[in-house]
Design a protein around this ligand. Structure first.
Ligand SMILES: C[S@@+](CC[C@H](N)C(=O)[O-])C[C@H]1O[C@@H](n2cnc3c(N)ncnc32)[C@H](O)[C@@H]1O
Length: 153
């Protein structure tokens, strides 16, 4: 998804951050040929992020939220670097909106294993700086949700 977003006709700059050096190396390999990219190693919950305020049209988090305890700190930082009108997209796993049994079972299992199961729709809807929050479920039993919110202009 990150690579697909990078093809959109906006400013051609892709930036990324992950705790793991291995993830940075892997992304660098995948991005070979990409004109401009700025990949960093860091903790999204221990701000500030190493980019200026209002730098990006999109901020995308894939399967990171379920790994972090301090969701507010992460969202604060991601919203900060987003341009007004820009979109914050959070992709993660958890209970489906229809609350089917398998999705609840899997979410329980992931939680037992140490992950944090959340509904990011609620987190984003409660913020004053985000509007137009939507959510769609995908994948087996609807366990993968994509939540999108727009930063107010
Ligand atoms: C399931 S992997 C997903 C990796 C990648 N985003 C993807 O979609 O393929 C979770 C990633 O979250 C990263 N991570 C966990 N806590 C983090 C934090 N506080 N700040 C930045 N990255 C974090 C881990 O290093 C790991 O690479």
């Amino acid at each position: 998804m990150h690579l697909e977003l990078a093809k959109l006709p906006y400013e051609k700059k892709l930036a990324g951050l992950d705790l793991a050096p291995g993830m940075k190396r892997r992304t660098q390999q995948r991005l070979q040929g990409q004109e401009e990219s700025d990949l960093r190693i860091g903790d999204v919950t221990k701000g500030p992020l190493p980019w200026n305020k209002e730098s990006f049209d999109y901020v995308l988090s894939t399967f990171v939220f379920s790994a972090i305890s301090n969701d507010k700190a992460a969202i604060d930082e991601m919203v900060k670097v987003l341009k007004p009108g820009g979109k914050l997209i959070i992709v993660d796993a958890g209970v489906a909106q229809n609350r089917n049994v398998m999705s609840r079972f899997l979410a329980w299992l992931w939680e037992v294993m140490g992950d944090y199961m959340r509904d990011e729709t609620q987190l984003l809807s409660l913020r004053d700086d985000i509007e137009s929050v939507t959510r769609e479920d995908y994948g087996p039993w609807g366990c993968v949700h994509v939540t999108v919110g727009e930063k107010k202009k």
